[in-house]
Design a protein around this ligand. Structure first.
Ligand code: GRF
Length: 201
């Protein structure tokens, strides 16, 4: 069974959805570690409540991204982590982690990539006046919100939607899509072929 580490900086609702899917046996993996770069992240509390090992690593304590990631790597190696799941981790993953976990890092983005990259994906789609937006789960590579797409789901933006109602719809979809993507990857049901992620039966 794969050992998973979830990286989160904030509320951790996606972490919670993954915890639930593991508990229900939908994802057959061991949630071994939750890593946060924010001491007070709600995600750490959720991990604690679920009995998952959690650590806060303070980026301000390290002179460079590389040394910060070396510290994270130590913990990942101690737990024999096979897969990293970014769930609201508000940092770019650097070379240290990418080299050690090639095609083994997932991310979720609250828009249909390549549209509306960056940290304000929901708001920017709304303000742009898009009629559809959605959620993307993808492998992580060196560029932000860029690696091969595993799953996407569509959310309609109706005239009656507010930013808040749209956020709710997006998060509801995220909580379905992310556990499903983690399941596919941990069961070895996807293969990367260039930009494409091919489903294996
Ligand atoms: C999600 O909207 C995710 O798409 C984005 O950050 C948010 C994290 O939310 N990358 P949560 O911490 O899982 O509630």
């Amino acid at each position: 069974m794969a050992n998973i580490a979830v990286f989160a900086s904030g509320r951790g609702t996606n972490l919670q959805a993954i915890i639930k899917a593991v508990k229900k046996g939908k994802i057959k993996a061991n949630l071994a570690l939750v890593v946060s770069d924010v001491k007070k992240a709600m995600a750490l509390k959720r991990a604690k409540r679920a009995g998952i090992k959690q650590i806060f690593i303070d980026p301000a304590a390290y002179p460079t991204q590389g040394t910060f990631e070396q510290e994270i790597l130590k913990h990942l190696e101690a737990e024999k982590i096979d897969l990293i799941v970014l769930a609201g981790f508000m940092r770019i993953v650097g070379k240290t982690l990418l080299d050690r976990f090639p095609d083994k890092i997932l991310n979720i983005h609250p828009a249909l990539l390549p549209s509306f990259k960056g940290v304000r994906g929901i708001q920017e789609a709304f303000e742009y006046g898009a009629k559809i937006t959605g959620v993307t789960v993808h492998f992580v590579d060196a560029k932000m919100d860029h690696g091969p797409t595993i799953l996407q789901g569509v959310v309609k933006i109706e005239d009656a939607d507010t930013l808040e109602s749209l956020e709710k719809k997006i998060h509801r979809l995220e909580h379905k899509l992310y556990p499903e993507a983690v399941r596919l990857v941990t069961e070895g049901r996807v293969k990367i072929d260039g930009r494409k992620v091919i489903r294996l039966l």
